[in-house]
Design a protein around this ligand. Structure first.
Ligand code: ADP
Ligand code: MG
Length: 699
């Protein structure tokens, strides 16, 4: 039986364990490193490493690993046993501060987007003491950042850590102006709601497309999809409930506060949400959650699908990224306060987010741009590719009133001053949630809803932190110079509303009208990955990342290259899988079945059963089968040709465009023919489990 009091976090070398097992001065020194990121002394590291090893060995651990997050989007680990050989031939269990600090995995087999070509292949992993070490299986995992020898980030964690420094630095400048003490830090918090599908393992094993691509490439609509919406929040089936319990308990031992679980809209779709925490930890924890979701499923005869769109025509999976900024003393800076002063601060941070999102729509779009996510965005189940901010009617009205104050000011009439004589009553709970907005204010946090279910949240959050840090920095530049601070805040807030109100939209983001309206407002509509990614390396973006020390030019360029390559490879693998499946499974099935139909037709003829050829069932069926077979052949030829021609593209951008159009459309046509054949070929003769069989496979 799981005991929440004793088992929660039992596999984590957390604060309580450190306090208990480290000498006081060592504990304090480590704590200081964690809070203020000052480098750790090697002697301190030696003591910490030894205490970690002893703690882990008591729990049956034999190995340690530097756990890192390369650009593949999944985590990587290389296990090393604690053992060392003694001169007398015996072994001892050893783990030094140096081993804790730094590892040297060969970087040459990890994607680097060209950094490897210009620099050495060697890379190193460096301990991130702000995220606790933990035990997974019999391995002590040390969370680390992964860099090239010349210091370039080769992973998802490094830019995230750097962006946290940026938001801390710029946020503190503003807090100081509000009279906050010097040692009060600013940090970003995140709660990531994770959607996923669970299907029976036997169905998965029979679908090579799920195995190779994570999504089905074929499949006709089942008679019942999500039409009745009876799955949403429905009773959880016992097998799924058992899976969720094991998952929860495993997550809890790792200190991951999994809180809510429920059935989602699509059949076989579910969601898990943890309690929010600091963005770096939330990112590590979300990676672990995704990994464990997959690992635990087979214990229950299940397979967990994290792909953004496993089934066409059925809602895909996303990951709502709930983001806020708070002080280290626990005050949420996006929470409207109860005094004019707090409200002024709230309005300033709110305006910083609005300005950031408007000025960097491209980066937010890029942060969620993958081949898989393109199936979701704008498909009436997730926000469109157009970025906008939902504030709710009440808050928008307040901003309107403040802006009108600015207009009055121009007319030299009495003006309203924020923080002095205006104390708007802010809506505490925005219950009028707009589910269609990509970026919604939900009372005291923003919910970024475009993130794909399988995506590492490091990407969207390092972008979010950086763009908001930049807005805060511009605000601080202006306010630090002001003689009258509150009057300057007032003017700044008003001006920001005027300049950036075009990004605010409270209506239906799924509607056609919004697309036209957004265009009128001059908002970006980067529908496909190939439209979005080339903007990553624009001067404005490189300057932004360099200014805040988040990415160097070479890192931006290599990341853009990598994302593009990844997009192309994903579609390429899907196309090859389709071609393979059609040759080896679909065509044989269609030929066999057509043969059966013709056999029956001949038998009837031979037996002189009276039949009029143009009305007999077999004759009609044979005709349809042969017509569709012809289309299938043409579509297959077209896709094969498209894949062959792809080799002619020069450069990643051209390839991405080509794969996103020519190859993608050819795949869609081929799928259309196959799906139509599925509806007329006999059930026993069709080689793949159908959508109905898969989606209702968990009884
Ligand atoms: P829902 O959006 O499903 O109605 P909630 O709004 O309660 O549910 O929470 C969704 C997620 O947002 C949870 O992971 C929760 O911990 C997280 N969350 C709540 N408050 C904050 C906050 N201030 N900052 C970041 N995340 C938060
Ligand atoms: Mg939510």
């Amino acid at each position: 039986m799981f005991n929440m009091n004793t088992d929660f976090g039992s596999m984590v070398f957390n604060d309580a364990v450190m306090r208990d097992r480290l000498p006081k001065e060592i504990y304090e020194s480590l704590n200081k490193t964690m809070l203020t990121r000052v480098p750790l002394d090697i002697n301190v590291a030696n003591v910490v490493a030894n205490a970690m090893k002893n703690w882990a060995v008591e729990k049956g651990v034999t190995h340690f690993t530097h756990w890192f997050q390369p650009m593949t989007g999944v985590t990587a680990e290389k296990h090393e046993a604690f053992i060392s050989i003694e001169p007398n031939g015996g072994v001892i269990m050893e783990f030094s501060g140096k081993e804790l600090f730094r590892g040297e995995p060969d970087a040459s087999s990890f994607p680097t987007g060209g950094i490897r070509a210009t620099f050495e292949a060697r890379g190193y992993t460096a301990w991130d003491p702000t995220s606790y070490a933990f035990i997974k299986g019999n391995v002590l995992c040390i969370p680390t950042a992964f860099c090239s020898y010349s210091g370039e980030a080769l992973d998802k964690k490094t830019p995230l850590l750097r962006s946290m420094q940026a938001i801390s630095r710029e946020g503190r400048r503003l807090l100081k102006l509000f009279g906050e003490a010097d040692d009060v830090d600013v940090l970003a918090n995140v709660g990531a709601e994770q959607e996923y599908f669970l299907i029976d393992q036997s169905m998965y094993d029979k679908r090579p497309d799920l195995i190779y691509c994570g999504r089905t490439l074929f499949g006709a609509r089942p008679p019942k999809g999500q039409d009745l919406e009876d799955h949403y929040f429905g009773a959880i089936k016992p097998r799924v409930a058992a899976y969720m319990s094991e998952l929860d308990e495993t997550l809890w031992t790792l200190g991951i506060a999994s809180k809510t679980k429920h059935n989602e809209v699509a059949p076989a779709q579910h969601e898990l949400a943890p309690i929010y925490e600091s963005v770096n930890i939330a990112t590590d924890h979300n990676q672990l959650t995704m990994e464990l979701m997959k690992i635990i499923a087979p214990n229950h005869g299940l397979t967990c699908l994290l792909h953004e769109k496993p089934f066409a025509g059925v809602n895909g999976s996303g990951k709502h990224n709930n983001w806020s900024i708070a002080t280290s003393t626990g005050e949420n800076l996006l929470d409207p306060g109860s005094t004019p002063y707090e409200n002024a601060r709230f309005l300033l941070f709110l305006c910083a987010v609005i300005k950031a999102v408007d000025e960097h729509q491209d980066l937010l779009r890029i942060s969620v741009a993958t081949a898989a996510n393109d199936h979701r965005l704008g498909a009436n189940e997730a926000p469109p590719a157009i970025i906008s901010v939902f504030l709710g009617e009440e808050l928008t009205d307040i901003l309107e009133t403040i802006k009108r104050g600015a207009e009055y000011e121009q007319k030299e009439e009495t003006q309203m001053e924020i923080g002095v004589d205006v104390l708007p009553v802010f809506p505490k709970d925005t219950t009028d949630r707009n589910r269609t907005s990509p970026f919604a204010f939900t009372g005291n946090k923003f919910e970024f809803r475009m993130v794909g279910s399988s995506l590492s949240i490091a990407g969207p959050n390092f972008i979010l932190n950086t763009i908001v840090a930049d807005a805060l920095s511009q605000f601080a530049d202006e306010l630090e110079k002001a003689d009258d601070f509150l009057a300057a805040v007032d003017a700044l807030v008003k001006r920001t509303i005027v300049e950036h109100e075009r990004i605010i939209f409270n209506g239906n983001n799924y509607s056609e009208e919004w697309v036209a309206e957004a265009e009128k407002r001059g908002l970006l509509n980067l529908a496909a990955v190939a439209d979005a990614l080339p903007l990553f390396t624009m001067d404005k973006n490189i300057k932004l990342f360099e200014k805040h020390g988040v990415l160097m030019r070479s890192e931006v360029v290599s990341r853009a290259e990598l994302l593009m390559e990844n997009y192309v490879k994903t579609i390429h693998i899907e196309a090859l899988t389709m071609i393979d499946l059609v040759h080896r499974m679909i065509i044989p099935a269609v030929v066999d079945y057509t043969g059966k139909v013709l056999d029956s037709l001949h038998k009837k003829k031979n037996m002189n059963i009276s039949l009029s050829l143009d009305t007999s069932l077999e004759a009609k069926l044979a005709e349809r089968l042969s017509g569709l077979s012809g289309t299938l052949q043409r579509d297959l030829d077209r896709l094969e040709e498209a894949v062959m021609q792809a080799a002619r593209c020069s450069g990643a951008t051209e390839s991405a465009r080509y794969y996103g159009t020519e190859v993608f459309y050819s795949m869609q046509s081929l799928r259309g023919s196959v799906d139509e054949l599925e509806t007329i070929v006999g059930g026993n003769d069709w080689p793949l489990p159908t959508y109905g069989e898969i989606l209702y496979s968990v009884k």
